[in-house]
Write a protein that binds this ligand. Structure first.
Ligand SMILES: [Zn+2]
Ligand SMILES: [Zn+2]
Length: 176
């Protein structure tokens, strides 16, 4: 869903309530998997070509467990207060984006359009925890064979990886 900046009334602003479709490809982020339908509730106000967008994004997502990579559910409820300024020249967009990324409160729009899908994706990414475990006791993956140790016991721990250990082991059992 897109907002046309010039269509936002300078006097009344614009109320936005939008529930996104399932599996919306524009919302997909490499950092998480979106489950269910994200929603945005916001109010847009405009002063000339500058637009302010204030509201919140809610979503249910899954991120991989930091140890075993199994999906962990995370509820997103992120408030935002964003200012948008127009990009005068589309060719400047990349540089301007780099500038505004240092100040997350200011963003650039072009062609009179702000894509709410971008807002939702960015707010979800901002709200994600750095790391999340499926369980405090998660045993993670075996570094040798990659088995999920919560689900199965692999035999890597039993095998003697280093032949020098095998020799020591041999000596030990002989001296016993
Ligand atoms: Zn885990
Ligand atoms: Zn293993």
């Amino acid at each position: 869903m897109k907002i046309h900046v010039s269509h936002v009334s300078e006097e009344d602003g614009l109320e936005i309530h939008h529930l996104f479709a399932d599996q919306n490809p524009g919302l997909q982020s490499p950092d998480c998997r979106i489950v269910g339908r994200p929603s945005i509730d916001a109010f847009a106000s405009r002063s000339g070509s500058e637009l302010n967008l204030q509201g919140s994004v809610t979503a249910q997502v899954e991120i991989p467990c930091a140890r075993c990579l199994e999906p962990v559910p995370v509820s997103v409820d992120e408030s935002f207060d964003l200012s948008y300024i127009p990009s005068a020249d589309p060719k400047l967009l990349v540089e301007e984006r780099e500038l505004v990324e240092q100040d997350l409160q200011v963003a650039v729009y072009k062609d009179d359009c702000i894509d709410l899908g971008d807002v939702v994706r960015e707010q979800i990414e901002l709200s994600l925890p750095m790391a999340r475990l499926c369980d405090e006791e998660c045993r993670g993956l075996c570094p040798t064979c990659g088995a999920n140790l919560n689900e199965q016991q692999c035999s890597c721990g039993d095998q003697i990886a280093d032949p020098r250990w095998a020799a020591l082991q041999q000596l030990k059992s002989e001296s016993n």
